[in-house]
Design a protein around this ligand. Structure first.
Ligand code: ATP
Ligand code: TZP
Ligand code: MG
Ligand code: MG
Length: 266
């Protein structure tokens, strides 16, 4: 495989401003995680200001975790405004498949906004693409493998995808990557998926190819999680150690630790 671009140092150099319209559960963790990684967060949700904020940001994150009708409207305003200026937009379809409102809202967003990449768990991505699965709350439980879901969902949505879980699968029309870093404790700390989506957005500000940005971001993130787990194996301590590891992760540690396979997708 050709040497992968990681882009973490360019991202830190740029200190990109990431405009997050995100859920109430993860706002503080997302802001701290972006700072630790080297980006700068701003949370702005009001319909009156999101168009302006999206245009001064380097990337926009739309996360429907605690959505309301007004917030979905704000996301569409922000997304369209970002599109006008070529600012990349990343979607986290939290809980899609659990309720009709979530599914309809996420589908409306991708219809109206040009989204660079969608990051979700297998159940969410499958539900978004109308592949039959059960989603319980914000956790997916799909019978198909993430690999199979990635192929089928990309075929239907035609938007670059990052499906995370024990194995992460990242796909666009040319390539499919399988990534095998991380630690299961990540699923016991709320917001680790949401923060990852925001970190992918920060990598997209320096790497225009969405799936290359996602591969660099996911590997950086999951190797930081492996480092943190050596410091604390309990959810509370892990959360703190993880923020520290995001601050300490570097290109050498990522290249030494990353487990990745790439194949053609055609
Ligand atoms: P869920 O609500 O199902 O937990 P999520 O949106 O929080 O979904 P995850 O799929 O849990 O997102 O992904 C968050 C991070 O945790 C990713 O970096 C992913 O690679 C990692 N991760 C999740 N489960 C595991 C696992 N079993 N082993 C290793 N890493 C994991
Ligand atoms: N409920 C609504 S949003 C949210 C919960 C628990 C946070 C989900 O975070 P993540 O990153 O998908 O685990
Ligand atoms: Mg989670
Ligand atoms: Mg999630």
């Amino acid at each position: 495989m050709k040497e992968l671009e990681i882009n973490i140092e360019e991202m830190r150099q740029k200190q990109p401003l990431i405009h997050n319209i995100t859920n109430q559960v993860v706002m503080n963790f997302t802001a701290n995680g972006l700072y630790a990684m080297g980006a700068a967060p701003v949370m702005a949700h009001a319909k009156e200001e999101v168009a302006d904020m999206a245009q001064i940001a380097d990337a926009v994150v739309l996360n429907i975790g605690t959505l309301t009708k007004e917030q979905v409207e704000a996301m569409i305003i922000a997304g369209k405004s970002a599109n006008e200026k070529g600012v990349p937009v990343v979607l986290d379809p939290v809980g899609v498949g659990a309720t009709k409102f979530r599914t309809d809202s996420a589908r409306q967003i991708i219809k109206e906004v040009d989204v660079s990449l969608i990051r979700g768990n297998a159940g969410e991505i499958a539900s978004l693409a109308d592949i039959e699965v059960k989603v319980r709350g914000v956790e997916g439980n799909a019978a198909l493998t993430p690999y199979a879901i990635a192929k089928e969902a990309f075929g239907k949505l035609n938007i670059p995808l990052a499906i995370t879980g024990e194995e992460d699968v990242v796909i666009d029309k040319h390539n499919l990557y399988r990534l095998r870093n991380g630690n299961p404790i990540l699923a016991k700390v709320t917001g680790t998926g949401c923060l990852l989506t925001a970190i992918i957005a920060s990598f997209l500000t320096v790497q225009k190819n969405p799936i290359k940005a996602a591969v660099g971001a996911i590997s950086s993130y999951n190797i930081a999680a492996e480092m943190a787990f050596t410091k604390s194996q309990l959810p509370g301590g892990f959360q703190v150690a993880f923020l520290d590891a995001l601050y300490e992760i570097n290109e050498k540690k990522i290249r030494d630790g990353m487990i990745v396979e790439c194949e053609d997708n055609n």
